[in-house]
Design a binder for this molecule. Structure first.
Ligand code: FAD
Ligand code: EPU
Length: 353
């Protein structure tokens, strides 16, 4: 068994049967073939910043370490071809230092470039889909590589085709980004609205986003975490009006289809759960949507805490929060909502999905 703790940001103690770093497509294929030959499940990992290990993983973890960035341009656009193992934040920083703008709102999001399409990472008014040109995918069962354009990726809020049709056995090997030379700042979220759109620079936005994030999100090296534990829930306009009757200042974001997105962190905060702790897991004091490994938390501690948060919010607001974080059991990913509702972690865990 090999220790997984350094390979995921919750830093929960868990082992894997084997951990293999793949620096080339050939190494990826070999690692996959090895897992098949040994009849072991395989799990792809970038930087493990959206993962909760419930237990030891009895299989082969394959780390995407495909590196390299290629830059091309024409009169209107910059085109970046980025291999999947590149660090997302370093890519953002590199682009800004090279006069290529458009990624600044997505600064300081942990993880690999190849993982960015999977949940369509988003922050401060921008999502991956807004800058995506294409995603290159390797089907490890056939060794065929194919390219999906943005539309084919079926991006949504924390959603894409990579959570569904192209999940098991499909490795994202590279992404293509298309960034306009006619750069316009995106200043619609939080304190960014205070900038003057006529004079603000991409570097100022980058610095401000880093500053806000550092002030409220825990550094995983201090307290292990996986960012927002739950997604922001989308409710019907009727449900929203019902909650609003009792909570005038409820933050909300109307959606195109008439539904309303609520702030899960605000809902949890209203239940006075900041700092609430079960075992070694706690609700972060500065951002209630983040669950942290306060000291030596187990996967079960986090599941029990998530259960308490989900139940308490549901009792007060009638809203069942859905995890954003991916739950990994002994033989692979499991259904996170079912796991939380059973509360017991690995004992009686749902079958792998
Ligand atoms: P991992 O956690 O390693 O993997 C995530 C999933 O993708 C797993 O199911 C894995 O099996 C699969 N996978 C990984 N690589 C590949 C590949 N190459 N091909 C196919 N499947 C693969 N997210 C946001 O959207 N916005 C934020 O603002 C944000 N802030 C965060 C802040 C903190 C402090 C933390 C810890 C996390 C935050 N996140 C945020 C979540 C996380 O950063 C993103 O989900 C990120 O894209 C995960 O990248 P990763 O490389 O760590 O993926
Ligand atoms: N709020 C509270 N109390 C809290 C936390 C939040 O009242 O403890 C309120 C805030 O005051 C604000 C609202 O809730 O009015 C939203 O909070 P915030 O701006 O911090 O953003 P969020 O909705 O909690 C989302 C993403 C983050 C992303 C930020 C910035 C999700 C699930 N989370 O968080 O993404 O960085 O917006 O765009 O959509 C992640 O996905 O891991 C992640 C960190």
């Amino acid at each position: 068994m090999q220790n997984l703790q350094p390979f995921h940001t919750f830093h929960i103690h868990a082992n894997a049967r084997e951990i293999i770093e793949a620096h080339s497509i050939e190494q990826l294929q070999q690692a996959w073939a090895h897992s098949k030959a040994e009849n072991l499940p395989a799990l792809f990992l970038g930087q493990g910043s959206n993962m909760l290990f419930l237990d030891d993983f009895n299989g082969v973890v394959i780390l995407n370490r495909l590196m390299g960035i290629t830059h091309q341009q024409d009169s209107d656009f910059h085109y970046l071809h980025v291999n999947g193992g590149e660090n997302w934040h370093e890519l953002v920083e590199w682009s800004i230092n090279n006069g290529i703008y458009g990624l600044e709102n997505l600064a300081l999001i942990p993880g690999c470039a190849g993982s960015a399409p999977i949940q369509n990472i988003g922050a401060y008014g921008v999502e991956f889909k807004d800058v995506c040109d294409y995603v290159d995918v390797l089907n490890l069962n056939t060794n065929e590589t194919f390219r999906l354009d943005t539309k084919q990726c079926e991006f949504g809020y924390r959603e894409s085709i990579f959570k569904h049709r192209y999940q098991q056995g499909y490795m994202i090997t590279a992404i293509g980004l298309k960034l306009t030379k006619n750069w316009q700042p995106i200043l619609k979220y939080g304190s960014l609205v205070e900038f003057d759109p006529k004079t603000v620079t991409a570097k100022q936005i980058f610095d401000e986003v880093c500053h806000i994030r550092q002030s409220k999100l825990p550094n995983p090296n201090e307290f292990g975490n996986a960012g927002s534990f739950f997604k922001n829930p989308v409710v019907s306009s009727e449900h929203f009006e019902e909650i609003k009757k009792h909570h005038e200042n409820l933050p909300h974001f109307p959606q195109a289809d008439g539904a309303v997105k609520l702030a899960a962190g605000w809902l949890i905060d209203q239940c006075n759960l900041k700092g609430f702790q079960i075992g070694g897991a706690a609700v972060h004091e500065k951002q209630a949507l983040v669950l942290i490994n306060k000291s030596g938390a187990t996967g079960q501690d986090v599941v029990k805490l998530a259960h308490h948060v989900r139940q308490t919010v549901a009792e007060k607001f009638g809203v069942y929060l859905q995890p954003e974080v991916r739950f990994i059991g002994t033989t692979g990913e499991v259904n996170s909502e079912q796991t939380i509702d059973r509360k017991s972690g690995s004992a009686g865990m749902p079958r792998p999905i």
